[in-house]
Design a protein around this ligand. Structure first.
Ligand SMILES: Cc1cc2nc3c(=O)[nH]c(=O)nc-3n(C[C@H](O)[C@H](O)[C@H](O)COP(=O)(O)OP(=O)(O)OC[C@H]3O[C@@H](n4cnc5c(N)ncnc54)[C@H](O)[C@@H]3O)c2cc1C
Length: 389
């Protein structure tokens, strides 16, 4: 057993830590207030090669894998969830492609993502179907060497800036729930029938818009299908399973940032003639968060290690889900506790705590809610994949 990072990963962590402190931290509040896409940070991340961490060398990346991106996102998320999301979008829509794409698809779509010259977004959710993927109604009907794709995707992160989308659809209209009658397609923004619809008014993670993608009789060539016809659900779920540690990293990074902020404040602020830091009532709340951060880091790093070994199938999924569930719930708890440590000041926009609090709330919902992750863990428990004997 070895808990040390490799020298390459340690160097990456140090580099991103510097970028996060020097470039991301001073911009976090402004991004939230202006609710504008942080192009400056996108350029900085591109120059540092961060969008290529999860992409292999053959396709323009550095091959640092899920572990590399997990470490990078943890650093960035200490200061800004918008910046962390922007970075996460180098993997969310490319996941199905990395797992099930053809060589031609990878050569066409991945180098641009790695270089930061193109962007993508992930189209799974629909207004009537979030957790319940098979409740969706977007349909791709085969027409010789094309699919004719129609439907409405929603809450799509980065939809307004993306050049292409990975879209999940059913092969037939109607209410069937057959996972094997689905397809994963790469859809380019410029194609006829592709429109960005309304964007959402979000309580947090402002600056990276979420919104609708409207698909009206879009002709998608067969060569843009990822994997087999009928394999859409499988490749989307594998893509999500493999990246549980990446979204978990947003949670642990946020918890770390919030706790460090509260510790600094508690050392300065006095009450009853002594610093807040001397009150055991606060100390224990904060010590609990520190211990939970370390527990979640271990779960998350192990999940990243598993994903990089290709261990993201059904039997491994519960362990990946544990990381996402625990780390994102921790973010909510940590942001709450840390706001409390600052008292009234923590509630005001003068301090980062209210931003952490609003931003954290998204994390237990996206990419599979906490309840869905718990269901996956329970499935593993009763199937015998989560067992200690
Ligand atoms: C800011 C933001 C960004 C997003 N970005 C994207 C994106 O880029 N691409 C994309 O495709 N989607 C995106 N989403 C959508 C997100 O993936 C969905 O919100 C999520 O999957 C949950 O779906 P829902 O909101 O429809 O909730 P529902 O599925 O309606 O669930 C509502 C509640 O019921 C619970 N629930 C549902 N089913 C069960 C069950 N079987 N057992 C127990 N409890 C259950 C849920 O946990 C939840 O608490 C984004 C969402 C947000 C908020």
């Amino acid at each position: 057993m070895n808990f040390a990072l490799s020298p390459e990963l340690e160097e990456l962590q140090g580099t991103v830590r510097r970028i996060a402190r020097e470039k991301v931290k001073p911009r976090a509040r402004e991004i939230d207030e202006q609710d504008e896409y942080p192009e400056d940070l996108f350029e900085i991340f591109a120059k540092a090669g961060l969008f290529g961490l999860v992409i292999d060398e053959e396709h323009g990346g550095s091959g640092a894998g899920i572990t590399g991106l997990t470490l990078a996102i943890e650093e960035v998320a200490k200061y800004s969830q918008a910046a962390a999301l922007l970075l996460l979008l180098s993997r969310l829509p490319t996941g199905p492609l990395l797992i099930g794409g053809t060589s031609a698809q990878k050569h066409r779509y991945l180098p641009g993502i790695a270089a930061g010259t193109s962007r993508a977004a992930f189209g799974l959710s629909e207004p009537q179907a979030g957790s319940d993927v098979m409740g969706q109604s977007t349909v791709a009907v085969r027409d010789n060497d094309h699919y004719v794709l129609s439907g409405q995707k929603c809450w799509m992160s980065g939809v307004t800036v993306a050049d292409w989308y990975v879209v999940h659809a059913k092969l037939h209209e109607g209410s069937h729930r057959d996972h094997k009658q689905t397809v994963a397609l790469i859809v380019e923004r410029e194609w006829d029938g592709v429109t960005v619809g309304n964007t959402d008014h979000k309580m947090g993670v402002r600056g990276v818009a979420t919104g609708e993608l409207l698909l009206d009789q879009v002709r998608v060539p067969l060569e843009n299908r990822i994997g087999e016809e009928g394999g859409g659900f499988s490749v989307f779920m594998q893509g999500l399973n493999a990246m549980r540690p990446i979204v978990a990293a947003r949670g642990i990074g946020l918890a770390e940032g919030a706790l460090m902020y509260a510790v600094e404040y508690a050392k300065e602020r006095t009450a009853f003639g002594q610093p807040l830091a001397h009150f055991q009532g606060l100390q224990w709340m904060m010590a609990e968060i520190a211990a939970e951060i370390e527990a979640c880091r271990l779960l998350t790093y192990r999940a990243a290690w598993m994903s990089d070994r290709g261990e993201y199938g059904k039997n491994h999924a519960p362990f990946l889900s544990m990381a996402k569930w625990m780390a994102t719930e921790l973010a909510v708890k940590a942001s709450d506790v840390c706001l409390q440590v600052l008292g009234a000041a923590g509630y005001m926009k003068d301090h980062m705590t209210e931003l952490y609090y609003r931003d954290a709330r998204q994390l237990t919902i996206v990419e599979g809610t906490t309840q869905i992750q718990k269901g996956l863990v329970a499935d593993g428990l009763f199937r015998g994949d989560v067992w200690w004997d």
